[in-house]
Design a binder for this molecule. Sequence first.
Ligand SMILES: Nc1nc2c(ncn2[C@@H]2O[C@H](COP(=O)(O)OP(=O)(O)OP(=O)(O)O)[C@@H](O)[C@H]2O)c(=O)[nH]1
Length: 599
Amino acid sequence: MTELAQIRNFSIVAHIDHGKSTLADRLIQLTGTVAERDMKSQLLDSMDIERERGITIKANTVRIEYPAKDGKTYILNLIDTPGHVDFAYEVSRSMRAVEGSLLVVDATQGVEAQTLANAYQAIDADHELVPVLNKIDLPASEPEKVKAEIEDVIGIDASQAVPISAKTGIGIPDVLEAIVARLPSPKGDRSAPLKAMLVDSWYDPYLGVVVMIRVMDGVIKKGDRIKMMQTGALYGVDKLAVLKPQMVDIAELGPGEIGVFTASIKQVRDTRVGDTITHEKKPCDKALPGFKPAQPVVFCGLFPVDAADFEALRDAIEKLALNDASFSYEMETSAALGFGFRMGFLGLLHLEVVRDRLEREYDLDLITTAPSVVFKLHMRDGEVRELHNPADMPDLTYVDHIEEPRIKATIMVPDDYLGDVLKLCQDRRGIQMDLTYAGSRAMVVYDLPLAEVVFDFYDRLKSVTKGYASFDYQMLEYREDNLVKMSILVNDEPVDALSIMVHRDRAESRGRVMCEKLKELIPRHMFKIPVQAAIGGRVIARETIAAMRKDVTAKCYGGDVTRKKKLLEKQKAGKKKMRQFGKVEIPQSAFISALKMDG
Ligand SMILES: Nc1nc2c(ncn2[C@@H]2O[C@H](COP(=O)(O)OP(=O)(O)OP(=O)(O)O)[C@@H](O)[C@H]2O)c(=O)[nH]1
């Protein structure tokens, strides 16, 4: 039994590349959680398993035993949180399972957009924060300047920030002491009915679904009959363990403790992060405040390049879904691309991760259609519909108005590039909300349409600032705007997979660019091919791909004129036939490029 006073639960928050994983590894290593000689093989083993069986190993969620300077041994539970903006919502949930955070800031870089966003999330979750200045081994590090920046920009006391080098090991013992001395211990009542929070869950091919919990009150033991309060499902606990980071069986988990259990749960979708777990027989009376499930915000179509791979794609998606409940999928048919799936993701990175896994792990060649956000259609009859695919846009006469998701984007950028960043945001229909300075860097906050960000905003931001800007966003609200569906017609046929939703004011320029691009991308055929962009029935841009001229008369060696005429006529008829029945072949690569571009 562990005394509450000797438990510390925490997470590490940082901007990407500021050294979160390196610090976590150091903490694990220094406390001998993984014996020195095992350190390497341990990590390697996990990676092999991960590669071979596609298991997610949460190596950074770990229980550490630390003998502190005060002579007592503490249990430190480090919970890993995903770092990217797409998963911000998940981060805020797992933060509710712990009482404090280490805020790691790279002392050569200073506070970045995700430092700020993550720090605010930790503050929202009532965390005690311990600022840690990393990479002080580097000559370019400026710990004092960065301390001041933390105070200015985040508004927390940084006078006690711990200077460290996660790489060389300098300052790591100070971090451990700071965790014990400055982070609060958890609270809870051991004699109360069981109340545990479902923090995370993942699929293991041998064990089934593994559920990570944080016990608030009461005690959970192996063999207990438990109930998930939200879903009402009942299970028996088969295995109870802590992560060190490999699973080590444990007899019980009491208040303040973090561990995992298995209970013959078939799929991750049967578990809800944030759900309250209690005993079937002696339940707690009130569940913990629940969480809304993370809603997919970016949708796109995924189609196999080779139509014969459709079943393989379905299989692969179903397998991935066992382990990732955060994406949605349903079958989709496209006249242009055949059978595929419409999939919803938490953000663009999430989309890329899932697509890459499908391609790499399941050896599939896929076409991704332009990512689109979820629009809200307010119909004239009062109904509100969600539009996940521009191709499904109903006739405008039935639609009263359309709303789109807006985000609050925070960008931190060195002064020199500020002008370019403002222009980029302005071009994407942004509304400036705030602009402040911290030293030679600006922090600019914009209200932007998410639709304008999902295309290539990150890439553009990186390129106009030579990689110096950092970016983070939160959902703001749905707001009405003058939005229309733009269709692309190739040879007078609408190509469903190329339709997009655009702002009316920008439709023309966007349409023009798309048509020009397609003109370059589609090879010439035996006939003329019009490429048009249209809103409703109105064409707003047009290009023509000239016909390939095949001089059939050349063969006639100047033979008689009637023969020549006949041949020309035949060729003309052929053209007509082609135009009527023939199908334009749009090369795969052309398709992808046309969708990727931004006008
Ligand atoms: N010189 C120096 N390099 C460091 C230090 N800590 C981390 N790094 C390096 O910084 C890079 C990023 O470190 P990670 O630990 O992967 O950073 P992270 O924040 O976990 O990054 P993500 O997992 O990508 O979010 C790596 O190349 C590390 O080797 C340090 O104290 N000094």
